[in-house]
Write a protein that binds this ligand. Structure first.
Ligand code: NAD
Length: 487
């Protein structure tokens, strides 16, 4: 059975759009987009360079007042229309996302509704943004705060879920009254462009959102641009460090949403079948390329064999393959480079003495031309080694075991990351106790709800400082001004 051809008719003509201006000759040059499932090129992509970033920021600055000063009702209704349009265009958006990174359609089809939920949630905030009256004594003055938008926000987003990234960024940023220059990754340039077309159709004035895909030079130019009032960065910890340095030039505030090495902790009193199923999704969801995937499995020694047996037998049966096939659960990883890097980590883990339970390399046969990596599980890897400490960003799980709750917590906290933590236990007291001491921005007990627009998501330690979702996510795009008046 061969691989389906991707729906290239959905791919936009190679061009950058800066407002109504179509740019085909850019200072960032061009690159080729490659479909991860076949390894074959789909189209050329025009990349923004520093000159186009200048142009984009200038346009956003010019367009800001019209949006910032519009009434809350106008912003609310516009965002509600955008949410509706995401649903109307759900099918082609899902197909485009699938083509962009080889995401299985089964998963891609859930994204437009999730993205619409996020936009709708923040639409609801537009007419609830205010300030507060600050008590003063003995009352001969009035003090109050005004929550104001930053101005022009730079949104630098990764490739691993551009539709959700756009919704999570633009929902709160636009609700708060900011203009936004978004820089998607050169690996995933299409969905962002389509998103902005829908935003304009919904009534967001042209220029309030400018989407300029590009590589690291474009990201650097944007993060360090004097016309940017806040940088909102989602990506790896290594790039986050560079973004901080770039933004420091103008002392621009930065929100960082970075990577993780999230622990999946299974206690001996857990529902083991359900726990093993969730542990499996840490490997296969997004082919292991999710920031919050549970990539370290910590399992109580008493139930270790049982959990590993269920896990490996399920993983061996998982459908890896054609993203366009409705039954495919796991697709390829994003690029040849990512594939080679992941296989390198696997090879080094083997050499370092970790024991391979299943998987262990690239997929062959029909999948040999694409960037497919087998779902891979190692046990007993060196706790200080690369496999346990570094974000692999591929379908690779490292398993360790523990005997006591203290040991479980200490292992869970033994990396520089702190994005998510998954706990499986039927002991309510333990669940609350461990949730308090585990170093993570989010803790999920006995399951995980997926992305909730109303809940704050973000990291501690080197997983970042920003929050996406909920009121905390809105606050990233507002700052209080204090007004004092003598009465
Ligand atoms: P990346 O860090 O390589 O790139 C992220 C973005 O930064 C891209 O748009 C890239 O072009 C840009 N960039 C690269 N160099 C830059 C520079 N010097 N200055 C400014 N921008 C620059 O990450 P990626 O490979 O695109 O995405 C995967 C990473 O993102 C993983 O670490 C993953 O965990 C993380 N991630 C985090 C979250 C979260 O919410 N915490 C969500 C999704 C992904």
């Amino acid at each position: 059975m061969g691989m389906s051809e991707p729906p290239t008719h959905l791919v936009p003509e190679p061009a950058l759009w800066i407002g109504g201006d179509r740019v085909v000759e850019s200072s960032g040059g061009r690159t080729e987009h490659v479909y991860a499932a076949t390894g074959r090129p789909t189209t050329e992509v025009v990349l923004a360079g520093p000159a186009e970033i200048d142009q984009a920021v200038a346009l956003a600055r010019e367009s800001l007042p019209g949006w910032r000063d519009s009434s809350a009702e106008v912003r609310r209704d516009t965002l509600l229309r955008l949410a509706d349009l995401l649903l109307v265009h759900a099918e082609p958006l899902a197909a485009l996302q699938s083509l962009e990174i080889g995401l299985p359609v089964q998963l891609a089809r859930r994204m437009p509704a999730l993205a619409a939920d996020h936009v709708r949630y923040y639409a609801g905030w537009c007419d609830k943004i205010g300030g507060e009256v600050v008590p003063t004594w003995p009352g001969r003055s009035l003090d109050y705060t005004l929550d104001e938008p930053y101005g022009v926000v730079a949104g630098i987003i990764p490739w691993n879920g551009s539709l959700m990234s756009m919704a999570q960024l633009l929902g709160p940023a636009l609700a708060a009254g900011n203009a936004v220059v978004v820089k998607p990754s050169e690996l995933a340039p299409f969905v962002g462009q389509r998103f902005v077309e829908l935003a304009v159709e919904a009534g967001v004035p042209q220029g309030v959102v400018v989407v300029v895909p590009g590589g690291p030079p474009a990201g650097a130019a944007l993060a360090g641009h004097p016309g940017i009032d806040k940088v909102h960065f989602t990506g790896s910890a290594a790039t986050g460090r560079q973004v901080l340095a770039e933004a420091s030039r103008n002392l621009t505030p930065v929100a960082l949403e970075l990577g993780g090495k999230s622990p999946h902790v299974i206690f001996d009193d857990a529902d083991l079948r359900s726990a093993a199923r969730y542990a499996m999704s840490g490997v296969v969801a997004l082919s292991g390329q999710g920031c919050a995937n549970g990539t370290r499995l910590l399992v109580h020694s008493a139930v270790r064999e049982q959990v590993l047996q269920t896990l490996t037998s399920r993983l061996r049966r998982i459908r890896v393959g054609d993203p366009a096939d409705e039954t495919t659960v796991m697709g390829p990883v994003v690029s040849r480079r990512a594939c080679e890097r992941i296989v390198g980590v696997i090879d080094r883990a083997r050499l370092s003495g970790a024991r391979l339970l299943t998987g262990g390399g690239r997929c062959g046969g029909d999948l040999a031309d694409g960037f497919f990596v087998e779902p891979t599980v190692f046990v007993d890897a060196d706790g200080d080694g690369e496999l346990v400490q570094e974000e692999v960003f591929g379908p690779v799980l490292a398993v360790s075991s523990f005997d006591t709750e203290e040991e479980a917590v200490s292992l869970a906290n033994a990396t520089r990351y702190g994005l998510g933590a998954y706990l499986h236990t039927n002991d309510l007291r333990r669940a609350h106790r461990v949730s308090r001491v585990v170093a993570a921005g989010s803790v999920w007990v006995n399951g995980a709800p997926g992305l909730m627009p109303s809940a704050p998501f973000g990291g501690v330690k080197q997983s970042g400082s920003g929050r996406i979702g909920g009121v905390a996510g809105l606050r990233e795009f507002l700052r209080p001004k204090n007004v004092w008046m003598s009465v």
